[in-house]
Design a protein around this ligand. Sequence first.
Ligand SMILES: [Zn+2]
Length: 408
Amino acid sequence: MPVPTHRPLVVRGPLAQPDGPTAADGTVLLEEGRVRYAGPATDAPKAPDHALELEVEGTIVPGLIDAHVHLTCDGGPDLLAEVDGRGPAELTAKALANAWRSLARGVVAVRDLGAPCGEAVAVANAVRSGRLRGPEVAAAGRALTAPGGHIPYLGRVEQGVDAMARAATEELAAGAVGIKLIATGGVLTRGVPIGNVAYDEDELAAASRVAREAGAWVAAHVIGLEGTKRAVRAGATTIEHATFVDDEAVDLIRDRGVVTVGTLSALHAIVRHGRAGGVPEESVLKAESVLDVHTDSLRRVADAGLPLATGTDAGTPFNPHGGVATEARLLVQEIGVPPAAAFRAATVDAARCLLRDDLGRLVPGGPGHLVVVDGDPRDDVTALERVRAVVWGGLPIDVGLANLLPLS
Ligand SMILES: [Zn+2]
């Protein structure tokens, strides 16, 4: 990734990572936008004379990652109204603003899982080229959904083995780095039952094969149990929501090395704010009906020792961008994972969803993205909600007062 040349940066303070060197007295040296050193201060190489030196109050951690967002949506009460009747120019402007909001909260990379057109790909390109300060964006382009299926307005309607393969090829050619499959019904599309099966297994497999052969990830939206199993068998690399998971599904998830993205934030926001906030009643009822079984399913995944990556589904009702720390806290509060595991979910496990082993950790040669938080997230996950400083690509980011304001 090309980054503008700038001064080397030395950041000193306690260093905490789920996977990588840690130190009570740590030093991170960033040069040319990348990590040159991260570890104990005593072993740090001498910084160049013109380096900028920062002594921080707080804990240095790797930048956070959101494995499931919709950049074209702001988090208003009606998902359809976010995009309906708006052209690509307006939607791209929304996506740029939401990308910035994420970075201000310490989110250094996001995976966009469905947009009406090429908006998220445009933001990805703007960040990559250095024109825009924002998180790295890994975009799926348009989601593939069946006729009469979930969120056609954030995707393209496709059916049949050949059409699915062609659609995946076209999205990748248009700049997507992964494919989103809507394998079941969902909460937010009116008239679509929540857990119905949307595709035959061979349709899902056709699109997955194209993506995997291109080295791309495959994210499958799954609410129902049968759709979940089909998606995993068909080659999904991540399952989104994972509302119904039984023991057989856990075995499949383990055998295929699939990462689960729970999106607790989305469901909890609808249940908490939906009725008073004007979310369509049908969606509120659907969300309420699956809250408990969703919690049980994610516990089953966690209890089996399988990864649960943070993905917020940001852009859905009352779920604004930048809430990775909230998702990590919900993993602790609702699912019962230890704080250290939630920290891992928000960094290395989320990086796995992007097929990136250089994100979510500070290691030599990796991107120079780090965050300073108030507290140690290995003991107290809420530390991630108190972002004090953000460095992206070796550059300190002026986030102003953004991270002092309440998220919603
Ligand atoms: Zn989503």
